[in-house]
Design a protein around this ligand. Structure first.
Ligand code: ACO
Length: 328
């Protein structure tokens, strides 16, 4: 039993911010950002909320899948940048598109979120517990980015993408993991209410004690090293489970964190760049929305053909990582 992606949609904020725009408030240059990351510009919300981007992407995915809101049996949302702590992003976005009673939940596996969510969806679909599941991945990274930190603020963007998935007899395999030694390497503390009963500061581990709540901090070089080995490992292990080699893949859809990471991972796998969808130059890193956004773009461009073996591969805070291979 496998899954079929029945439809896809996406939504990006109108506001496009190029690398030059950063030169006025941090010491950086278009040349540095382009050569070190591959990013030329990104979209940044100038008011649109995470759930509104998610809802628009979901609306398009439902239309593309020729599916009415009442046909959806479950909504899975992935995000690290929801508008609310509660209710979930899934509840807010689903209500906007006219879904009335389907179970809704959020899943946080950072940038690997979509790959994890697809795997959860597959379990519900393969047991017959659901017939159609809406997965929406929506992120407003600009909400947690520290715009005073030049080594991270240039990397991220905002946006959303969604898919409708159903059961099928096509091939599907996954391989998911975490490297928990790296749990402090990409970190953002929750904010707290004023509390008259708390008499002292929280006892955070030393590694993160000084970090400011609400902002993301990243050990860029260490994450870089992790990513360049984690992505090939995930692809390799997932292909092993599927019973073929990475060379037999038709397309690879990686998380878009840094063009150099993608190229190094490909080199480790011995695969040519033509097999990979790359859009980081336009959008930067939109965390869990990167992979479904690529899927949506490729579907619309007619780049995916029946029978193609596709590999989705991601890594992110946690440090989560993983891959899924599926037949289009
Ligand atoms: N502009 C100009 N100079 C900069 C900038 C900038 N925006 N950022 C850093 N520099 C400087 C540094 O200060 C350093 O200067 P120094 O030599 O005087 O100390 C120099 O450039 C080199 O810095 P490095 O950190 O070694 O640069 P590197 O080539 O490694 O690139 C980067 C840094 C882009 C952060 C890279 O390490 C990277 O992409 N890491 C992975 C990030 C990632 O994948 N994050 C995933 C997030 S996933 C999620 O879940 C949120």
């Amino acid at each position: 039993m496998g899954i079929s992606i029945l439809g896809a949609g996406c939504c990006l904020p109108q506001q496009e911010v190029d690398n030059h725009a950063f030169e006025s408030f941090i010491e950086t240059s278009d040349e540095w950002i382009t050569t070190r990351t591959g990013i030329h510009c990104r979209r940044i919300s100038d008011g649109i909320l995470t759930y509104q981007m998610g809802a628009e992407a979901a609306r398009q995915a439902l239309k593309d899948a020729d599916t009415a809101p009442e046909e959806i049996d479950m909504v899975l949302a992935t995000t690290v940048t929801a508008d609310t702590t509660t209710p979930s992003l899934a509840c807010l976005a689903a209500a906007e598109v006219g879904i009335k009673t389907a179970p809704c939940m959020d899943l946080n596996a950072a940038c690997t979120g979509f790959v994890y969510a697809l795997d959860v969806a597959e379990k519900y679909l393969s047991t017959g517990s659901a017939k159609k599941i809406l997965i929406l991945s929506a992120e407003m990274m600009s909400r947690i980015v520290n715009f005073k930190d030049r080594s991270s603020c240039v990397l991220f963007g905002d946006g959303a993408a969604a898919v409708v998935v159903g059961p099928s007899d096509k091939m599907y395999h996954s391989w998911l993991a975490c490297n928990l030694d790296g749990r402090y390497k990409i970190f953002s503390k929750a904010t707290n209410s004023e509390n008259p009963f708390r008499k002292k500061d929280f006892d955070w581990p030393e590694e993160v004690a000084e970090m400011q709540p609400g902002l993301m901090e990243m050990a860029g070089n260490e994450v870089y090293r992790f990513a360049t080995q984690a992505m090939p490992e995930a692809v390799q292990r997932c292909c092993e489970k599927a019973g073929f080699t990475p060379e037999q893949l038709d397309r690879i859809i990686p998380h878009q964190a840094n063009l150099r990471i993608i190229r190094t991972a490909l080199k480790h796998l011995g695969l040519p760049e033509e097999k990979v969808h790359i859009n980081i130059q336009h959008y930067g890193n939109i965390s869990s929305a990167c992979i479904p956004l690529s899927l949506c773009e490729m579907k619309r461009a007619g780049e995916l053909h029946p029978g193609d073996k596709i590999c989705l591969v991601g890594f992110g805070s946690g440090l989560t990582y993983g891959a899924a291979v599926l037949e289009w």
